[in-house]
Structure formats: structure tokens, C-alpha cells
Design a protein around this ligand. Sequence first.
Ligand SMILES: [Zn+2]
Length: 102
Amino acid sequence: MTDPATAGLGWQDYLPDDRRLDGNALAGPLSMLFVPDTALAAGRCGHCGHRDLLARAPLYGDAPGHVLRCGICTHPTLRLVAAPDRFWLDLPGGSALSIPHT
Ligand SMILES: [Zn+2]
């Protein structure tokens, strides 16, 4: 059996072309994610693993953009910048968002 690590194969070699879409196909699922009331959204700190509602995390809104920090270790868990033509959303260091849907 060929070892993919030594055969010079990349991730493209494992994904069949008939399954590939482009990013436009993500527009529907992303619209479901960003429309709900985020008061019920929870976050996980990528540094210490602490999980809590976003509503309880300390927010610094006077940075360049909004910076949400972990309530335990203070590492940034979310950065949101509203530029004139787009939003930038960053979940640094392995942080994650959990947004319930119906
Ligand atoms: Zn933390």
C-alpha cells in the first residue's frame, strides 16, 4: 500500500471532483448561522477551553473592532471588525462559536 505522506499526494488527491462545490453553496447555511439571536450563542476559548454564553464574556468595544475575551483566562475568543465595505470575523487560537438553531 502506498503511504500518502511519502507519495507526494495532497488533499486534492482525496476529494473527488463530483463532490466539489464552490463557496457560493455556503451562502444558505451561513445565512442560517448569522440571522438568529446571538444572545443564545456560546463560545469556547481556544486557549483554556472554557465555554460560556457570549453574553457573559467581557467585550472590549473600543479596540479596532470588537474584541471578546475569555472570562477565565482573558485570551481573545472573537474579533469583529466592521470595515466600510465588509465585516471581518476572526475566532483566534482555535476558539469556536456554538449557535443553536431550530
Ligand atoms: Zn480561556
